[in-house]
Design a protein. Structure first.
Length: 268
């Protein structure tokens, strides 16, 4: 992770658009997949993980292509220009972002319907985060790359400082808040409170509350991006929000793990 962060900052400072864009888009998602592989997520629950990745990508591709076409026709501009306008248009941009966030976690309840021998909160976290990250990567490819190809983002239209800011936003803030939102929603759907634990209803309510808070933080990050903040202030606020989202995820996971139903030991 440290090597990834350093690479993004150096490439952004050099204004190497395509390399830094590629690393920003794929860096954290690939690290997460490595984590999931090391945690045996694919060997333990291969079917749901594959469905999560495919559903997230398909839904993300459909939504962001549709929203780009809508913005293009709405304002009579090219698709790349319409995508660049999104963060500056409060009404349309907020609606597209919120609908996109809802669609990003849509695979979670659908995958939850797949029959399984057991449902653990950590499985829900990995499945939800994987689906959300898959959606995010596709949205980047559809939304960001056309702007680079069209020349809307180049050394003449941006500065090293601005590129570093964008790299932190797209390569750090967005993927980690996405992991927090998708993972926490997955935990909420997979969590089964233990009837024998004290106040199981409160435990479920607390887990759901954590999922709601991560969703609110996700929306606030977009609102900060849409405002005309100073670069340093915007990056600082979003990094603080990212840390808060991860802390809420941490609290929600701990509550779920402490109060979920235990599977019967087999002795194997």
């Amino acid at each position: 992770l440290v090597v990834l962060m350093i690479s993004m900052v150096v490439l952004a400072a050099l204004q190497w658009n395509l390399p830094v864009s590629t690393i920003s888009v794929l860096g954290v998602p690939l690290l997460f997949l490595l984590y999931a592989g090391e945690a045996d997520a694919f060997s333990d629950d291969r079917r749901r993980m594959i469905v999560a990745l495919v559903l997230g990508a398909v839904i993300g591709l459909a939504w962001w292509l549709l929203s780009a076409e809508f913005m293009s026709h709405q304002y009579g501009v090219t698709t790349a220009t319409a995508q660049a306008l999104q963060n500056t248009l409060v009404t349309e941009g907020l609606a597209i972002t919120l609908i996109g966030a809802a669609l990003m976690v849509l695979p979670v309840p659908l995958i939850r319907l797949i029959p399984a021998a057991e449902f653990d909160s950590l499985d829900g976290f990995v499945v939800g985060a994987a689906a959300a990250l898959s959606h995010l990567v596709v949205s980047y490819v559809v939304w960001w790359m056309p702007q680079i190809v069209a020349g809307l983002i180049n050394t003449q239209t941006t500065t090293p400082g601005r590129m570093i800011q964008d790299t932190i936003s797209y390569g750090v803030v967005d993927p980690f808040t996405t992991i927090a939102l998708g993972g926490m929603v997955g935990v909420a759907f997979w969590f089964r409170p233990d009837p024998a634990s004290p106040l199981p209803g409160r435990a479920r309510a607390a887990v759901i509350l954590c999922a709601v808070i991560t969703a609110v933080i996700y929306a606030v990050v977009w609102a900060v991006d849409a405002e005309s903040w100073l670069s340093a202030a915007e990056v600082g606020i979003n990094l603080v929000l990212t840390v808060l989202a991860l802390l809420v995820l941490r609290v929600g996971l701990q509550i779920a793990l402490l109060h979920e139903r235990r599977d019967v030991a087999t002795g194997d």
